[in-house]
Design a binder for this molecule. Sequence first.
Ligand SMILES: Nc1ncnc2c1ncn2[C@@H]1O[C@H](COP(=O)(O)OP(=O)(O)OP(=O)(O)O)[C@@H](O)[C@H]1O
Ligand SMILES: Nc1nc2c(ncn2[C@@H]2O[C@H](COP(=O)(O)O)[C@@H](O)[C@H]2O)c(=O)[nH]1
Length: 186
Amino acid sequence: MADKQPAVWVISGPSGVGKGTVCNRLRERRPDLHYSVSMTTRAPRPDEVDGTSYHFVTPEDFQDLVERGMLLEYAQVHGTNYYGTPREPVEKALAQRTPVVLEIDLQGARQVKQNMPEARLVFLTPPSWDELVNRLRRRGTEDEATQERRLETARMELAARDEADHVVENRAVEDTVSTLIGLMSL
Ligand SMILES: Nc1ncnc2c1ncn2[C@@H]1O[C@H](COP(=O)(O)OP(=O)(O)OP(=O)(O)O)[C@@H](O)[C@H]1O
Ligand SMILES: Nc1nc2c(ncn2[C@@H]2O[C@H](COP(=O)(O)O)[C@@H](O)[C@H]2O)c(=O)[nH]1
């Protein structure tokens, strides 16, 4: 019998909403899924490990990956750095019928949906705009100008939330993860 479970889960939403936090917890509760590690030209944050958080690459190396068709999708996010999903690990996981989780921005999500219409897009929203701003500020990984740029993108992304297959409010992390797990088993 055909497996009806959609194999690619795209987790998107504005900067600071909690995508990374939710995906890290999802990984603990569902270690059987494949979690894509993106390429980025962004500089690592102090706690980030190359190859685990991201593959940190130079703009030249990123361009080379694009030209060689090594990325499933890619985008310039917040008008600054480039981010992209390595194609091969995703294709390998899917060939083994392992569901895949991509934590990517909305531009990338649109590309994935175009190429893989069966992919399911989950858009995380904050409980309120003020809470989103507070989460981004509290994280404290960006300077004020960068936070402002991220919040500008956030306004556009929130306005496009209806493009998603599922919109989930990230109030308490554990509840959000339970909702995701529930959606995955539908
Ligand atoms: N449900 C939640 N309630 C309260 N705080 C949260 C929640 N989820 C995440 N946070 C906190 O909000 C901050 C931003 O979370 P996180 O880094 O996961 O966001 P993100 O969506 O991945 O952001 P970006 O797109 O910028 O990478 C972190 O400090 C995190 O601990
Ligand atoms: N289109 C893609 N977007 C990605 C990818 N990996 C991460 N992201 C998104 O970038 C922003 C910023 O991330 P940060 O780590 O600098 O805070 C965030 O929205 C991520 O979801 C990717 O491979 N492709």
